[in-house]
Write a protein that binds this ligand. Structure first.
Ligand code: ATP
Ligand code: MG
Length: 394
């Protein structure tokens, strides 16, 4: 029986010059990991692409999984056959014939390439040999050849002891394979923005772990459940992610009781940044990620963003900084986090919200507020009680 194959293409990795092998190996590894529970899977990387050999029954599942792996620009499913023109043309006929049933004409062409350059025909000759066999059978049904404007392109790759025949390209996630860019920690709140921000960085090759600040005493467990589902959904694009949950209630109460009410949100955020940095440093994560977007809410003015950035030395990535809310929503729908994010659960930042939060908090006054409560020991206590969830295990 003929073997099924998936041809996986990568665009951006192709530009990597000497580092290309490192990137391709990472992509192959990630594909193998995602498909590991399918039987008889083989993943290898001949020049310029990754190829998956699989059973026919596994095609559908493989299709869904490849769509969510960063680093893949497009992929096609096809078949591995003997490198004989009759055999290759037979496959083409099998696939094209049904398309002619409900239309009077179809323009097609064959595009061959040879990974075995010693094959006795050139690529153009292969196109002709295969195309003419298909035409012989199907031109009476309305099939014509059109190299520039084909409705159907039959792609053929001639290797050393086989040929791969495939057609149609499915769009991949693009970006870079997870693992090539190290690890980062994303402040995940349960809103719409931070999941989108996390996804954007996962797509740039980073493994992203998550940190959630929870005020369970005031808000119950709903927020935690929601963030857990979001983190799991995002982990699906990468695997091996972890979620860190930090109890934040005591810190919020101290800020409420001791500090200027208008500074509360910025003070919460400064504490979140400090704790996140400490966690990231302990685990070797190289950057923090947030879903902040310029001007979206009071805490995201230039002044307030600066007032929080200043408490950490770690890089803070804000991939949504210049994005419109509508574009962010569209992205959230695309990656499947929107439905979860809009479930009604308050975030801890809105707890004890003052009537007039400062839109231009003054660092001098924030620092003064922070002398009024023991923020270092509260941060240490919160970290002693943090919980870790391994997302692969859920
Ligand atoms: P989001 O939709 O991501 O909640 P937002 O527009 O509601 O963002 P803010 O509430 O100001 O904005 O939060 C800004 C960012 O701060 C969030 O995107 C997230 O990265 C971080 N953040 C806020 N609350 C929390 C939390 N409870 N735990 C972890 N991170 C948080
Ligand atoms: Mg929020």
């Amino acid at each position: 029986m003929s073997k099924r194959i998936a041809i996986v293409r990568y665009d951006e990795i192709g530009l990597k010059g000497k580092n290309r092998k490192f990137f391709v190996d990472a992509l192959s590894r990630n594909i193998r990991a995602k498909l590991q529970n399918l039987e008889n899977i083989k993943v290898f990387s001949p020049h310029g692409r990754v190829v998956v050999q699989l059973d026919s029954e596994a095609v559908e599942l493989c299709d869904t999984r490849l769509k969510d792996i960063p680093g893949i620009s497009s992929f096609s499913f096809g078949i591995e056959v003997a490198r004989e023109f009759d055999e290759i043309a037979k496959r083409g006929i099998e696939w094209i014939e049904p398309l002619l049933l409900d239309r009077s004409n179809l323009k097609f062409c064959v595009r061959s390439r040879r990974s075995d350059k010693s094959f006795y025909k050139t690529s153009t000759e292969c196109d002709f040999e295969i195309g003419s066999r298909i035409m012989q059978k199907l031109s009476p049904s309305g099939l014509t050849v059109d190299i520039k404007n084909a409705d159907y392109v039959l792609e053929v790759e001639i290797g050393r002891d086989h040929a791969w025949v495939y057609s149609g390209r499915k769009i991949g996630l693009r970006g870079l394979p997870v693992g090539v860019a190290g690890e980062a920690l994303s402040l995940l709140s349960g809103g719409i923005d931070s999941p989108v921000a996390s996804h954007m960085i996962i797509r740039r090759g980073c493994r992203v772990h998550f940190i959630f600040f929870e005020n369970r005493a005031f808000l119950g467990k709903g927020g935690y459940d929601k963030v857990l589902r979001l983190a799991k959904k995002l982990n699906h694009f990468q695997d091996k992610g972890k979620l860190c949950v930090i109890p934040f209630g005591d810190i919020q109460m101290a800020i409420r009781d001791q500090c200027r009410p208008e500074n509360r949100v910025v003070l919460y955020r400064r504490m979140m940044y400090r704790i996140s940095e400490e966690v990231a440093k302990r685990l070797g994560y190289k950057a923090l990620i947030t879903g902040e977007s310029l001007g979206q809410v009071a805490s995201q003015t230039l002044e307030n963003l600066a007032a929080v950035s200043t408490v950490v030395e770690t890089s803070v990535f804000r991939p949504l900084i210049g994005m419109d809310k509508l574009d962010i929503i569209r992205k959230a729908e695309e990656i499947g986090t929107y439905e979860i994010s809009i479930e009604p659960h308050q975030d801890c930042c809105s707890v004890f919200m003052p009537p007039n939060p400062a839109t231009k908090a003054k660092i001098r006054l924030l620092e003064d507020d922070e002398t009024k409560f023991p923020f270092q020991s509260l941060a240490q206590a919160a970290m002693e009680n943090m919980e870790w969830v391994e997302l692969d295990k859920l």
